[in-house]
Design a protein. Structure first.
Length: 296
């Protein structure tokens, strides 16, 4: 199929910087639903029901809904490459289910074509249709006037920064631009397609990336202290950082925020331990120990 080994294809997919933002990942607020479409169950990517309990029209609707999420996924191509990799005995590593925007039947047909020497196409998204979603229009309108992750999240009315960044990544791919595209390049491509009519663009210096380098929690000042807050729109909009210390009514702290990395706060490394004035408190030996030799 390709010169890439199975292990390489797997690592390229799972170690991708946006693997955590894949559409078929569990939703942060409902693990049984998909992050790319909270109304869709994770079972939508499963293979065909061999017992016949699922009607054909229901199965086809489920598969089409799952494909829609795949077409909007930032790791779709890597997932497709891995799913079409072969094991040592020449079989597909993922023989069932929907992977990379293809069903199992479509992957098996591609395998037959590859063995015959026929070209295997790469799945191509449907940019025009995908760009017309409510989420994409909101993200594009927000990105036209600001670019900081939290600001874009609030303006686009996304539930958290993670979702807003995921939508920004999908927008870049749907416009046919590389992942290294700048914000201005994205806006220029969107304007060329007539997606910014009536929207005034606030220009930057041309170096602002369209996709933020990483999703970080927000460092806010609360009652004179710098604290890490989950990047939730409800918490930012509620004034959690205005000194009142009130947490917003978000949908809960996502699991990733619990495992956050420590951040350096200015002045932290200059902390000086001050010794108390006067002598230290006396240490009392409450339990007199006997010599080890005597105890033996």
């Amino acid at each position: 199929m390709t010169g890439t080994t199975l292990n390489d294809a797997y690592l390229e997919w799972t170690e991708h910087r946006f693997y955590g933002y894949r559409g078929c990942a569990p939703d942060v607020d409902n693990p049984r639903r998909a992050a790319g479409n909270p109304e869709l169950s994770l079972d939508a990517w499963l293979g065909e029901d061999r017992d016949g309990a699922e009607p054909r029209n229901v199965r086809e609707a489920r598969e089409e809904a799952a494909k829609e999420v795949c077409l909007n996924c930032p790791v779709m191509v890597e997932c497709d490459r891995y799913a079409n990799s072969l094991t040592r005995d020449g079989k597909l590593v993922e023989p069932t289910g929907i992977r990379g925007g293809r069903t199992a039947l479509e992957r098996h047909r591609l395998l037959v074509k590859a063995r015959r020497g026929e070209p295997v196409p790469v799945p191509v998204p449907a940019p025009d249709r995908q760009l017309d979603t409510v989420q994409k229009r909101a993200i594009l309108a927000a990105l036209a006037v600001c670019w900081e992750p939290v600001e874009v999240m609030v303006r686009a009315e996304m539930p958290d920064v993670r979702t807003a960044n995921w939508q920004r990544s999908a927008l870049v791919r749907l416009l046919g631009l590389p992942k290294t595209a700048t914000r201005m390049q994205v806006l220029e491509a969107a304007r060329a397609r007539g997606r910014l009519e009536g929207i005034q663009v606030v220009a930057d210096d041309g170096t602002v990336p369209a996709i933020p380098p990483a999703t970080e929690d927000v460092l806010m000042e609360v009652r004179g202290q710098m604290l890490l807050w989950p990047s939730k729109r409800a918490e930012v909009a509620s004034g959690a950082g205005d000194g009142r210390g009130g947490r917003g009514r978000g949908r809960g702290v996502r699991a990733r925020s619990i495992r956050r990395s420590f951040r350096a706060v200015p002045g932290q490394t200059d902390l000086v331990v001050v010794q108390p004035a006067g002598p230290l408190a006396e240490v009392l030996d409450l339990f007199a120990g006997e010599p080890l030799g005597a105890a033996a």
